[in-house]
Design a protein. Sequence first.
Length: 134
Amino acid sequence: MSAWVPVGVGPVLLVNERTQQVIARKVELALSRRTRRVGLLGRTRIDAAAALVLAPCWTIHTAFMRFPIDLLFVDRYGRSLRVVHALKPWRAAMSAGAYAAIELAAGMAKQHGVERGDRLHLVSTPVQPPREAV
């Protein structure tokens, strides 16, 4: 597994190094063949604060999907190689040399100003222990 994918137990954030913006606060990792194959299929939408990271992955399709998505293709170091805006259902996109594809709600890449060449980080946040009742 690439050093770009975090190994941790807490929630994962997607952050743009250039802008220091959090692009997604609810990052789901699809790192197995099964989870990559399922992806966003069967869902009616993706939350604006969410992202699905498929790795390894250099091509995706939106067959059978019900909504458009933004895509960020990144290399093994999190550098954005290609940004695809509002890819409609029944389309495909690819990026030669990509290590991972990041799926976002349509419009989120533009809203967060993600550009080709930006360095994106997956940050594993610590899990807060539950507070004891007093």
